[in-house]
Design a protein around this ligand. Sequence first.
Ligand code: 5GP
Ligand code: ZN
Length: 124
Amino acid sequence: MTECIFCTLPKTDILVENELALAFFDKFPVNEGHVLIIPKRHVASLFDATREEIMDIWALLGNVKEMLDKRFHPDGYNVGINVGAAAGQTVFHMHVHVIPRYQGDVPDPRGGVRKIKKCLVPYS
Ligand code: 5GP
Ligand code: ZN
């Protein structure tokens, strides 16, 4: 899988890692401090990852938050996973987006990840 950009990531890009997962900054960040967490093994989707990989990814999420809180002092986070091209996935090595959010970075943040598309029904 040498053509996978996440499998060939320079070691110096790694922010934190544990046995099965590692984290690094997104090259095209949505906000300052945008991090991606991936399993070290190449798996295309969340649903191809093992329970152990998911556990290690989840454990790293705590370390990443701690690091981002100290460095960027965000006011919130969006944490998300795109699964499949229809859902917007463009790199087919599973990754968790950890996107720090800052008060006022959009005029009306309400809804967060719900805003990926127009809702089917009104949310009152
Ligand atoms: P997706 O669209 O698959 O959910 O997310 C892929 C993410 O990978 C995007 O946020 C994009 O900015 C990021 N990305 C694409 N190419 C590179 C790269 O070469 N290095 C890093 N660090 N991130 C990348
Ligand atoms: Zn890969």
